[in-house]
Design a protein around this ligand. Structure first.
Ligand code: PLP
Ligand code: COI
Length: 346
């Protein structure tokens, strides 16, 4: 097993051992290869570099209490990648190929899989990219599907701790009828600079509004939004939000816990009515939000409104309950009544 301090590891491009790879050419997929050089070479004209022809997925593998190794809901990620690939005009791996390559990636990199007893996991990152050198704006005939992984701890540096977020009114994430609901790399490129500015000001997250109306909440740059109001779990219904598998799971867990689940447009002013607000996603799991500042101009000091939930670091009871319910299933400490954990043989 790799010499890793599992309780200290963050969330980064940790170099493991083996990359699992297949190439699409002449209308079919190549054999699946495991590559310990952990690299591929591309022509500088390759369309992924110039035209951002890429999409990706993120999912996690866990060692459970009884020693079983599982991947959390991989078919959901396979389906989302197929949907995104259709949007980009790329061929996508089918369910079997997607799951098999994720399994092989975990198996080949098993020494980086955290043992039971830590909050860490093995984060799996499937990547689909246009691999043909071309200048024309038409889908490539050559594609690479690569699955890599990295041992991962908490995305923000601590689990179950609240952080501040900002609504940057002078930035939009995704255009109406654009790419917001797809996991394309380009959606993330436009968040790097505002993230840098926000981080320098002490905010961990960017909360984007729907860019058509600017009156409704869409999602965080890295994750979906939910708010807790009384016994309700409220999450935005919007066609420019990524359909989060974590959020979908939390909606089911909230219902299991007897909560009302409301998936509907969420007006910005409703932020004043929530008792708790959280970010949810594979990387961030559930990250509670301490307060949200609204800024007309992210670069300026002035804040037009603040919505407060908890002092920085503190966490509400519902976020805590949902976090525990989700992670207990992932770690095999609670019964997997929805059949979310896909067991694999190492
Ligand atoms: N929204 C965005 C923009 C994301 O990048 C992610 C991460 O994958 C999510 C939401 C959460 O999706 P999931 O729970 O499937 O990881
Ligand atoms: C994930 O949660 O899997 C993501 O892809 C989000 C990313 C910002 C790390």
């Amino acid at each position: 097993m790799a010499d890793i301090q599992w309780d200290k590891i963050g969330f980064d491009a940790y170099r493991t051992k083996t990359l699992v790879l297949a190439r699409w050419k002449d209308g079919k997929w190549s054999e699946i290869k495991e590559d310990d050089s952990f690299s591929f070479t591309l022509d500088p004209f390759t369309c992924v570099f110039h035209y951002a022809m890429s999409c990706f997925e993120g999912l996690k593998a866990f060692t459970q209490k009884d020693g079983r190794v599982v991947i959390f809901r991989p078919l959901e990620n396979a389906h989302r990648m197929q949907r995104t690939a259709r949007f980009l005009g790329l061929p996508a791996p089918d369910d079997d190929m997607f799951v098999e390559m994720c399994e092989r990636c975990v198996r080949a990199n098993r020494e980086f899989l955290p043992p039971y007893g830590h909050d860490a996991s093995l984060y799996i990152r499937p990547l689909l990219l246009g691999a043909q050198p071309k200048m024309q704006l038409t889908p490539p005939d050559e594609v690479i599907f690569a699955v890599m992984c990295a041992p991962a701890g908490s995305y923000y540096g601590a689990f179950l701790k609240s952080f501040a977020a900002v609504i940057p009114l002078n930035y939009d994430r995704a255009a109406p009828k654009g790419s917001g609901s797809y996991k394309v790399g380009a959606n993330y490129a436009s968040t790097f600079r505002p993230y840098q500015i926000a981080h320098n000001q002490g905010y961990m997250e960017l909360l984007y509004l729907n860019s058509k109306t600017h009156g409704f909440i869409d999602e965080f740059g890295s994750s979906n939004f939910f708010g807790i109001k009384g016994n309700s779990y409220v999450t935005p219904l919007s066609d420019s939000v990524l359909p989060s598998i974590t959020n979908k799971s939390l909606q089911e867990l909230a219902a299991d816990l007897g909560m009302k689940v409301e998936k509907r447009p969420v007006p910005v002013e409703e932020l004043a009515e929530f008792e708790e607000v959280g970010a949810c996603g594979t990387a961030v799991v559930i990250t509670p939000i301490s307060h949200i500042d609204v800024k007309e101009e992210l670069e300026e000091d002035s804040v037009s409104r603040t919505y407060r939930y908890f002092p920085d670091g503190q966490v509400g009871p519902v976020c805590t309950r949902l976090y525990k319910a989700l992670t207990a299933i992932q770690k095999g400490e609670a019964e997997d009544i929805h059949n979310w954990c896909h067991g694999i043989e190492l």
